[in-house]
Write a new protein. Structure first.
Length: 324
């Protein structure tokens, strides 16, 4: 069975405890401090500055792609807030968390946009038009149960941490690396919160929690899929090792499943066992798809200048306080 919405009350004490821990571990930081203002100059328009031109960007195209996708994803925060406020409520510890999470996430778009503008890394007119289109489209998860919503944000926060982290590692700019590492640390703390709430949900309803997690893992999609040109950008981002199927499997799904103990858990009923089998088959399928994709990506990398090929360091880890 799935966890009914009235079980929000049963998880409330856990949420309150984890919220206190989060507030104790969260680091205050300021977006403006990560923006290279000394590199900035006025654009054309009311300030009569210099129009943007493609040759002004010093970032590899694939890095600009990744930063743009990350930014536009963060821009859709109003929809995400509505989604979790609808599922988790706005009262008590749940409500306090919803608003705190939203406030912390809101910093990310401000900092990323400021960086891209200051570095003239992307066309500011195209970026704003994409933002208007993407936010106007909105986002709807389609998750009808609390467990599905919790499972999705748990996976999503860890995936987002990896996306920001690897984008920074692909940049030659140490300022961009500092900024993306700071954002990734936020996402890590958010993932830890959701992961530990989900651990409590597994204790309340093991079969329902594993079933919901299997549904989310096997049909996972980024909330950025409605961004114009997303598929082409995602292909380039994957080809150059910033975020691909292997990263999703090895750096997101497998560590999360280990932390939750899903694949070794005893006492599951038939529904839970079947869901766990689905997860196992999906991991195998991801490996097969990644091997297939690698041949295509080899050709794409061979056709690109070496400077476009990032070398992420897989040894980077994050502690429970969110620091890299």
């Amino acid at each position: 069975m799935t966890l009914p919405l009235d079980h929000l009350a049963e998880l409330e004490p856990t949420v309150a405890t984890l919220l206190d821990r989060h507030l104790a571990n969260a680091t205050e930081w300021f977006p403006h401090a990560y923006i290279p203002w000394s590199r900035a100059s006025d654009f054309d328009g009311p300030l009569d500055g210099t129009p943007w031109q493609a040759d002004q960007s010093e970032l590899p195209e694939v890095v600009a792609d990744a930063l743009t996708v990350n930014l536009l994803t963060e821009d859709n925060l109003p929809s995400y807030h509505f989604e979790i406020a609808t599922q988790f409520g706005r009262d008590g510890a749940w409500g306090t968390w919803v608003h705190r999470w939203t406030a912390e996430e809101d910093r990310h778009a401000h900092a990323l946009r400021g960086y891209l503008h200051a570095r003239r890394a992307v066309d500011p007119l195209a970026l704003e038009r994409q933002r208007m289109r993407h936010v106007s489209t909105g986002y709807t998860s389609g998750h009808t149960s609390l467990l599905h919503g919790l499972a999705y944000v748990t996976v999503q926060e860890l995936a987002t941490r990896e996306a920001h982290r690897n984008t920074g590692l692909a940049c030659a700019d140490p300022v961009a690396r500092q900024l993306t590492a700071r954002i990734a640390a936020d996402e890590n703390l958010h993932m830890i919160f959701y992961r530990d709430v989900y651990t409590a949900a597994l204790e309340l309803d093991p079969d329902g929690a594993v079933c919901a997690l299997a549904d989310v893992i096997c049909s996972f999609e980024w909330p950025s899929t409605t961004i114009a040109g997303y598929r082409q950008r995602a292909m380039r981002i994957a080809a150059f090792g910033i975020y691909d199927l292997d990263i999703h499997r090895q750096r997101v799904l497998q560590p999360l499943l280990r932390a939750l103990g899903v694949m070794t858990r005893s006492g599951l009923g038939p529904a839970g066992e079947q869901a766990r089998d689905r997860i196992g088959r999906h991991l195998d399928e991801l490996r097969t798809r990644a091997e297939r994709s690698s041949r295509l990506f080899d050709r794409m990398r061979a056709a690109a200048p070496p400077a476009l090929i990032p070398c992420p360091d897989p040894s980077t880890s994050y502690d429970e306080r969110g620091g890299p």
